[in-house]
Design a protein around this ligand. Structure first.
Ligand code: ADP
Ligand code: MG
Length: 318
């Protein structure tokens, strides 16, 4: 993590990057100098079709211009002090997550259809608007909907039960529909600008993986799919760190018993997501309104399980 004192510098200002390379960089999703500063020389070299020595020079120049490099531990500590947490609506689920959904991190919820991934997203899009003493961040939400399952009427129902001004609550959620994986990548690139302008503290991508599954089918497509997802997750982590926002992504898994090989509940995106997401929570149905959440992977939290429920009012404790 860096001390992110970002100066206003254009890609063209970086020595060695002319207008032509700048265009190419933007095309590949490197929209600002910070994205160059944290890129690897080999990544940059292959994208720009230049040598690694030249790529390293460009990266170092960018770091100089942005005045980033080694950061003293107290600065890292200072940055971590700024981490905010958003309540899920269930104390049990918050505890499982170490206090709620965190900024500067990616939280991934994966599970079968109907396990509650989208409902948690809806609840978070409202809870982020609450003041800190009520478990929010006084911020707004950016909701990227890839499955056409965003339901304002359902969000409204939850907002009313919280006593929020329904009009205001809906206005504070910026929704974009992503039509395919490229469009999804484009929208996530755009998110950077939106975050500053609209006081966004939470970015939801529901789901992160469905378009990738649809657009990259067959064995030969597996590597390109993972590469794209990997890069996207890098960008998301960068966004989470540099803008101090929470990222909540969902990932649908199959529970089709007809699948004979491998673990049918293996999340799409497989190990790529496993490495990148800071927190991974596996959701499954229990009886009635009840859902079980299990913490699968976290850098600082113990594995564990909890039960919560999905009520007409929203996500609640059992
Ligand atoms: P997914 O994991 O596929 O995104 P959802 O988050 O959409 O699943 O969860 C759907 C479930 O949420 C439904 O099966 C239902 O149990 C519950 N649910 C949805 N809307 C309501 C509501 N208005 N009142 C109570 N429960 C609801
Ligand atoms: Mg869903």
């Amino acid at each position: 993590m860096h001390d992110l004192k970002e100066k206003k510098i254009e890609l063209e200002d970086i020595p060695g990057v002319g207008p032509k390379l700048a265009d190419k960089l933007r095309e590949m999703g490197f929209s600002d100098p910070m994205s160059i500063a944290v890129a690897s020389p080999s990544e940059l070299a292959s994208i720009l079709e230049i040598g690694e020595v030249t790529a390293t020079k460009i990266i170092n120049k960018t770091r100089d211009m942005l005045e980033i490099g080694f950061t003293s531990a107290d600065k890292v500590w200072e940055q971590r002090q700024k981490i905010g947490k958003i309540t899920t609506g269930s104390k049990a689920l918050d505890d499982l997550l170490g206090g709620g959904v965190e900024t500067q991190a990616i939280t991934e919820a994966y599970g079968a259809f109907g396990s509650g991934k989208t409902q948690i997203g809806f609840q978070l899009s409202l809870n982020v608007q609450l003041p800190p003493e009520k478990g929010g961040l006084n911020g707004n939400c950016l909701f990227i909907d890839t499955e056409a399952t965003f339901r304002p009427d359902r969000v409204l129902q939850m907002a009313k039960s919280m006593g929020l001004d329904p009009d205001k609550a809906l206005k504070n959620i910026y929704v974009a529909r992503a039509y395919d994986s490229d469009h999804e990548i484009f929208l996530i690139d755009k998110a950077g600008e939106m975050i500053k302008e609209k006081n966004i503290r939470l970015v939801i991508i529901d789901s992160l993986t469905s378009h990738f599954r649809a657009d990259y089918v067959g064995r030969g497509e597996l590597a390109p799919r993972q590469q794209k997802l990997n890069k996207l997750l890098h960008n998301l982590q960068r966004l989470a760190d540099s803008q101090n926002v929470a990222i909540f992504v969902t990932n649908q898994v199959l529970t089709n018993p007809a699948i004979l090989f491998g673990d049918p509940t293996m999340p799409i995106g497989g190990h790529v997501l496993a490495h990148q997401s800071t927190y991974r929570v596996y959701l499954r149905k229990s009886s009635g309104e009840k859902r079980i959440a299990r913490m699968m992977d976290s850098p600082n939290l113990p594995p564990g399980e909890c039960v919560f429920k999905i009520t007409p009012d929203g996500i609640r404790d059992v």
